[in-house]
Design a protein around this ligand. Structure first.
Ligand code: SF4
Length: 239
């Protein structure tokens, strides 16, 4: 009971701090999603609401997350997997949650799926250090199950703060779970691919999770098409 009370106290304090810092002004709801096509999408600067100078640093947010007990995923984690990459990245990837390898190493996308993500980045002419990589939940769900709604909700403020701190020009969500959590929708991934969605001013592209592509390699071409659209949007040279 004491643990619960402490978790609740931390939760309220965390949310109050976020509110005071204006994170509550980032609704990031799917209602704002656009039907803008990949082909017609112009390159945009990061939005003021995300890029404003008052954002806390990633180090500050990471430090808070390391002691977090806001949801039950804290009970079985080995390490909090906060995020990795360029704190000023133009491109941010968001996956679902840490798996076994990530839980052990404290870094997102380091297992087999991470190796495939590295290959995708390599094909785009990018390195992991060029982008920022995070997950919707920072602690590993037991037996790699999907994060539950309450866990996603508890961890969302950390993600919002990360996006605000990095202020990427574009976000790529990897897989259905991350896509539905970020854009707050029940729509299937297949319906959300092929166009950019607006996340409070930040364009979001949806594509398959590398773990899914390991099981269904025939869909790698679709992800490459998505990444080409992302590169085009960012003005990167397409090989
Ligand atoms: S998943 Fe997120 S909210 Fe839950 S304990 Fe870990 S850091 Fe805290």
């Amino acid at each position: 009971m004491t643990d619960r009370r402490e978790a609740r106290r931390q939760s309220i304090g965390h949310l109050q701090r976020l509110q005071a810092e204006g994170v509550g002004a980032m609704p990031m709801t799917q209602q704002a999603a656009t039907n803008e096509t990949f082909e017609s999408a112009p390159i945009e600067a990061a939005p003021e609401s995300v890029a404003q100078s008052g954002a806390r640093t990633l180090a500050d947010i990471d430090r808070d997350s390391q002691a977090c007990t806001l949801c039950s995923l804290c009970e079985e984690r080995t390490r909090v997997v906060f995020g990795v990459g360029d704190p000023n990245a133009r491109l941010m990837f968001i996956g679902e949650g840490p798996g076994r390898d990530e839980d052990l190493q404290g870094e997102p996308f380091v297992g087999a799926a991470g190796q495939l993500l590295n290959k995708i980045l390599d094909a785009m002419g990018l390195r992991r250090a060029d982008v920022y990589i995070a997950n919707t939940v920072k602690c590993r769900p037991p037996r790699n199950r999907n994060p539950e709604p309450a866990e996603l909700a508890a961890c969302r403020p950390y993600l919002l703060e990360q996006v605000r701190a990095v202020a990427p020009e574009l976000v790529v969500v990897l897989g259905r779970v991350a896509m539905q959590a970020v854009l707050e929708t029940d729509a299937p991934l297949g319906r959300m691919r092929g166009r950019f969605h607006d996340w409070d001013g930040t364009p979001v592209a949806c594509t398959y999770h590398p773990a899914y592509l390991l099981r269904k390699p025939e869909d790698k071409g679709k992800t490459w098409a998505d990444m080409r659209a992302v590169m085009e949007r960012l003005g990167l040279e397409i090989p």
